[in-house]
Ligand binder design. Structure first.
Ligand SMILES: *Cc1c(COP(=O)(O)O)cnc(C)c1O
Length: 862
């Protein structure tokens, strides 16, 4: 990758930037460190940044902005200190070695054909210094990118650079939220323009309707991997075009569609422009699904095939991850809007009629009014698809089942890979020290098998001291933040004594922070405010509460929930015990998950596709109390945490909300508070510590991005890369064959028929025989199987039925004999279930084809 060369003569040369003091010796190494977002999880260089400018460092945690701002004298002074020079040498060398070190991927998958995985996402949460994220989706993308770096998986991220990130929250004393949009000044963000060796900034155009749109390319370095960012704020564009990447999740549907064209089509074209041949395209949510089209277009050009054939080849290398738990969550656009921006592109370059193109995003292609659904496009253009937790996999199969009529629900082709968090990004310094003492330093770089045993070795006293220290430093952080104006309506009104009385470092501390969307039910605890107040003021076993979260600027109901909490925290009997912290962002989330004893999550099942915030407390010894939804539905074990809900869906029934609120209070009053305050002679709550140990040891590795990325690699990236190569070989001969087969099935499926069906018993085995007329379809394009649906604990059964060979008569006679075309299929099996449970069925067959995702036909004997 020539543009990513990081040597002094390469792409990150000082001449790429308007960098001050580039001639000061050692400065080049500083800026290379500052431009590698590894500092967002590896804090080895923090002391160095603090030395350069303690104030700015404390306020921004952005070393790149710091280097842009600092005076020459200061740099020279700090760098003239031999110990600083030594430290800088050490850090640069450590970084060089980390880059060279073969990762898990190189060790586990040497010789694989996986060169690059292009990972598309609308948002990436990597650091508060790069505010191009909103919440959970960006968290998943950012954490997976970091884990890919740790593991050496060759991922390149593709996203958008927004001139304004997601909004910042300000709240007045009445609890009204105001959305603020500070400007993302690119020169202050830890990113750099991508330049050609001759210094030219990489820019290119795409078509937006009949207009040309210029895109610029930036890059963020994330350890061993890169994130490419596109923006439209190029002087060559018209003013309205320049605003396309103005803000994340803002504007109207037109802006959203334009952004998705930039991300999908611009993103894939960007890879092409940089000479990056990605064999796998991972779509993190349907927003980027247009990448499917551009990938196919480029394939059409290089292989001389039509769109259908190009799609048959490339989709094998596309993976779609859906994050939505309700159909209303999908992006849908009106057909007119889609044609306005993509009609010329799909007609001129893909050779598609408007109807054929729109059909890719529709359930019913012949309904001209049906909107264009990005998730449908993503699914129709991918060779594999997954949800983000076990439960969400089930929910997604239900949501997508209309696209697979007559298929059993469990065979709807959407699996799951449960999300995980990048543990080194979310652990505290104290947690890192503790884990390093008992597990290895490099514990997050390989497989995680022995971790549970290692955590078992940690003595109770160490775990409890760790918890106390962590809670204390969170409380100091909160006091500090409040003094600086982190509360609604600015600074805390009274003096420093008030600040000292804010929270108690020995009290059970609960964190409750999330987007204030109604489905998250952030007010569940407020359904019984008096009961909550009693708990906050209990003289023997009190609890305290830290709340944070933003409501989308257009979500009035969410903002009302913010107001409800603010009103509550203003009550005199609650002050200092329940605190609403303004402007929930990555930094605040980090501090909260590191310090709280208990993380509470109350989504309305099954709306939380996965949820990740609760996973962030695991490494830090925090415990979870959560609805049995998303990840917690598969993680919950009474040995390591608490659950509410009955594992069923109840819609938005207020009576059920009320019942769950009661349950929440019962858990707190009867189980959680007693356990926390039940101390032994040493002052240790042994039962609590036991749960910490269980949660840390068993759940931390399971719900880490390390596990998730390894799972994606072995179950999806490697097979997808292989399938894509196989289909592209010999001028895409396999892809062409697939298209021929699909045409055949399309034409001939209705000519199939079933005849006589019988079951006989032979030597204790059951022989199932069925007569089939394949119509105009050659039998070798069909798979006949005997199927039994799953029932209770009995799994589904699939028994391939063989075509009985015709009599070995001379060819001409045999053809005569079978002139009527009926053939026999049979299978002999030991019977596990009643005969009536079994049914013969016919599916399309072609080696390597994903059925029903790529060919959804099916015929049932009954
Ligand atoms: C982790 C995180 C999220 C995702 O949290 P969930 O409550 O699990 O959806 C959202 N925002 C921020 C700032 C986070 O750190």
């Amino acid at each position: 990758m020539p543009f990513f060369d990081d040597t002094p003569s390469g792409g990150e040369d000082t001449t790429s930037f308007c960098l001050p003091h580039a001639d000061v010796e050692g400065f080049d190494r500083l800026f290379r460190l500052a431009l590698d977002l590894r500092w967002s999880w590896n804090h080895a260089a923090d002391t160095l940044w603090r030395k350069l400018d303690p104030v700015l460092w404390e306020l921004t945690h952005n070393p790149w902005a710091l280097l842009q701002t600092i005076s020459r004298e200061k740099v020279e002074r700090v760098l003239s200190d031999p110990s600083v020079r030594e430290e800088l040498d050490r850090l640069s060398e450590a970084r060089r070695l980390a880059d060279l070190e073969p990762g898990w991927f190189q060790r586990a998958s040497s010789g694989s054909s996986l060169e690059h995985v292009a990972y598309f996402s609308m948002e990436f949460m990597l650091s508060e210094a790069l505010p191009i994220y909103s919440g959970g989706l960006g968290n998943v993308a950012g954490d997976q990118l970091k884990a890919a770096s740790d593991l050496g998986v060759p991922v390149v991220g593709i996203g958008l650079l927004y001139q304004q990130g997601y909004f910042h929250q300000s709240i007045d004393s009445d609890g009204n939220q105001t959305a603020l949009f500070p400007y993302n000044e690119p020169g202050q963000l830890p990113i750099s323009p991508v330049r050609k060796p001759n210094g030219e900034w990489v820019r290119f155009t795409i078509e937006l309707g009949r207009e040309k749109l210029w895109l610029r390319v930036w890059k963020a370095r994330v350890g061993k991997v890169f994130l490419l960012l596109l923006d439209t704020n190029d002087l060559a564009n018209t003013s309205s075009q320049r605003g396309i990447t103005s803000e994340l999740y803002g504007g109207n549907t037109t802006l959203r569609l334009q952004q998705e064209v930039v991300l999908g089509i611009g993103g894939w074209r960007c890879l092409d422009a940089l000479g990056i041949e990605a064999s796998v395209c991972h779509l993190n949510e349907g927003h980027a699904a247009f990448a499917i089209l551009e990938r196919a277009r480029i394939f059409m050009k290089s292989y001389g095939v039509n769109f259908e054939e190009a799609l048959a080849a490339t989709r094998a290398g596309n993976l779609f991850t859906t994050h939505t738990a309700v159909p209303a969550g999908f992006d849908r656009f009106s057909p007119d809007l889609v044609l306005r921006f993509l009609g010329p592109y799909s007609g001129d370059h893909l050779g598609l009629s408007p109807e054929t193109f729109l059909a890719m995003g529709r359930w019913n292609p012949s309904d001209p009014g049906e909107p264009f659904n990005m998730a449908y496009l993503a699914l129709r253009g991918s060779g594999r698809a997954n949800g983000v937790s076990r439960l969400h996999g089930e929910v997604s199969r239900e949501i997508f089942s209309p696209l697979f009529p007559r298929w059993p629900l469990e065979e709807v082709p959407v699996g799951h890979v449960t999300n995980g968090v990048h543990v080194p990004s979310w652990d505290s310094a104290e947690a890192d020290t503790l884990w390093t003492r008992f597990c290895r330093k490099d514990r997050w770089l390989g497989t995680l098998e022995t971790m549970g045993e290692e955590v078992d070795q940690i003595p109770d006293a160490d775990l409890w001291e760790f918890r106390n220290t962590s809670r204390k430093s969170l409380i100091e952080f909160v006091r500090h933040r409040c003094a600086r104006g982190g509360l609604p309506s600015g600074k805390i009104s009274r003096g420093p004594e008030e600040l000292q009385n804010l929270l108690d470092p020995y009290v059970l501390t609960i964190g409750f922070s999330r987007r204030f969307a109604t489905y998250k039910r952030p007010n569940l605890l407020l359904l019984d405010p008096e009961r909550l107040i009693r708990l906050l003021n209990d003289p023997n076993r009190p609890l305290q509460l830290l709340i944070a979260g933003k409501a989308h600027p257009q979500d009035g109901a969410g903002q009302a929930l913010v107001r409800e909490w603010i009103t509550f925290t203003k009550r005199p009997d609650v002050r200092g015990k329940a605190i609403f912290l303004v402007d929930y962002d990555m930094l605040l989330a980090e501090r909260l998950v590191q310090g709280v004893d208990l993380w509470v999550n109350t989504p309305r099942r099954p709306w939380e596709a996965c949820g990740t915030s609760g996973m962030k407390v695991l490494v830090n010894g925090g415990l979870n109390l959560s609805e049995l939804d998303g990840w917690w539905a598969e993680a919950f074990d009474p040995k390591s945490g608490w659950a509410i809900g009955d594992g069923q869906d109840h819609g938005d029934d207020p009576a059920h909300d009320r019942a769950e609120a009661d349950q929440l209070f019962d858990r707190l009053e009867r189980e959680i508070l007693p356990l926390f305050y039940d101390r032994d002679a040493r002052g240790i709550p042994v039962g609590w510590v036991e749960r910490m140990r269980e949660s840390m040891g068993t759940l931390t590795p399971r719900f880490s991005a390390n596990r998730a990325v390894r799972e994606y690699t072995t179950s999806h990236y490697l097979p997808a890369a292989k399938a894509f190569r196989f289909r592209s070989e010999n001028q895409a001969s396999v892809a062409r064959e697939i298209v021929r087969k699909v045409r055949l099935w399309e034409k001939g499926w209705n000519t199939l028929s079933f005849g006589e069906y019988s079951v006989t018993v032979q030597e204790g085995l059951h022989l199932f025989t069925v007569r089939i007329h394949p119509g105009i379809l050659p039998p070798d394009t069909l798979k006949v199987e005997l199927f039994a649906a799953p029932e209770g604990t009995k799994p589904a059964e699939h028994h391939p039925m063989e075509w009985v060979p015709e009599n070995p008569l001379p060819k001409d006679q045999s053809e005569q004999k079978n002139a009527d075309g009926w053939r026999t299929c049979r299978v002999q099996i030991p019977l596990l279930r009643p005969v009536g449970d079994y049914t013969p069925r016919i599916l399309p067959f072609f080696e390597g084809l994903s059925v029903p995702l790529e060919a959804g036909w099916i015929a049932w004997q009954r």
